[in-house]
Design a protein around this ligand. Structure first.
Ligand SMILES: [Mg+2]
Length: 362
């Protein structure tokens, strides 16, 4: 290995529009096509690494144009630097991509992918490989009408999925009806109810009581109330029987500390797309030290970003819950190589880095 081989020569991005099988609707908005970016970081040796930025404007306010600008700006500052210093580059990227975590995530993933390819190891080995056997993902049912809800749930159930994540927070009564029908049909499922901040505290209490009344098999409730209301989250945790997961409430290392201090959650949902790669890893370790359980999720990402999350989750794992399903919600997979799905199981690739090449860079 020569130091000069690791120097970053070029950073480029290409836009990719990935249609979804059906619109992905949550309490805060809807998406029919994932307007993402694939990023390529080329090293002096000629080896390249790839990353993905998946801005979800309804959730974080980021869009593709702003993300591309941030990638271009931060990318320029990386030229001539060594990919050996992933942590160093990560700090540099964070400084130039404020309020653009999707850009940060895409660049960090590409650098790490390139580094792992030079080293000749899969990224899940880089992260430590706490688990290596296939891990199962939950699958998400967005906000849809009752017929579509049951159709979707049956399809996933028949494909072997048993952890269903249901988007709620728009219409409590209707959502409870859907859940009651679902659990009457399938007795061995476990449910994540994700409100994406859609409830007020009182509504959340009502929703939780209804879940108790119908005996719903609740795995946990995710981000029931607005992200800054940690006190309400702590009360929901303290006064009711279900586990509470913080998602939007935690985007940084500091946020994990706050959630621990206020006893506002049992689980945190780590997403590289909201916190970047290096910071997400730190957040996972901090959370474990603070007695929290981990979930790994994502925005509407294809297998490239999701492969990085899977690698990290396997590194720090076993973890409480994996929610790495969005590639399955897409009508296309514009990528070659990498991990694959067999029903809910994710089978790791032994190729170096993520082993994934976007078709647009082939
Ligand atoms: Mg969530």
């Amino acid at each position: 290995l020569h130091g000069s081989d690791l120097i970053i020569d070029d950073v480029t991005a290409c836009k990719v529009d990935i249609p979804l099988k059906r619109a992905f609707t949550i309490s805060r908005g809807s998406m029919a096509v994932a307007e993402n970016l694939y990023i390529k970081v080329t090293l002096h040796s000629g080896i390249a690494g790839y990353g993905e930025s998946a801005p979800f404007s309804a959730v974080t306010g980021e869009d593709r144009e702003g993300t591309l600008e941030a990638v271009t700006r931060a990318g320029q500052s990386l030229i001539g630097r060594s990919a050996a210093g992933f942590r160093h580059l990560s700090r540099l990227i964070a400084e130039t991509t404020e309020n653009a975590p999707a850009a940060r995530c895409g660049l960090e993933t590409a650098i790490l992918d390139a580094f792992c390819r030079v080293a000749g190891i899969p990224m899940w080995m880089y992260f430590g490989a706490g688990v290596t056997n296939p891990q199962k993902t939950a699958v998400t049912i967005p906000i849809v009408d009752e017929r579509a809800f049951l159709e979707l749930a049956s399809g996933w159930y028949e494909a072997g999925f048993r952890i269903l994540k249901i988007k709620v927070g728009r219409d409590c009564d209707r959502e409870i009806e859907h859940i009651e029908t679902l659990t009457g049909t399938f007795s061995d499922v476990s449910l994540i109810l994700d409100a994406n901040q859609g409830f007020g505290e009182e509504e959340a209490v009502g929703f939780i009581k209804s879940l108790e009344r119908i005996g719903a098999p609740v795995r946990f409730i995710e981000q029931p109330v607005p992200k800054d209301d940690l006190e309400a989250m702590a009360r929901l945790r303290r006064d009711h029987p279900f586990l509470i997961c913080a998602d939007e409430s935690i985007a940084s290392r500091e946020d994990v500390g706050e959630v621990c201090k206020s006893a506002a959650a049992d689980i945190i949902n780590i997403k590289i797309m909201k916190s970047g790669v290096a910071e997400s890893f730190d957040m996972a370790i901090l959370a474990l030290a603070g007695g929290l359980n981990l979930m790994f999720g994502g925005m509407v990402e294809s297998r490239l970003a999701m492969g990085c999350s899977l690698a990290m989750a396997c590194g720090v794992g076993p973890v409480h819950t994996l929610d790495l399903d969005t590639p399955l919600l897409m009508a296309e997979d514009p990528l070659d190589g990498g991990f694959r799905y067999e029903g809910p199981e994710m089978i790791l690739s032994y190729d170096a880095g993520l082993g994934i090449t976007p078709v647009c860079f082939r």
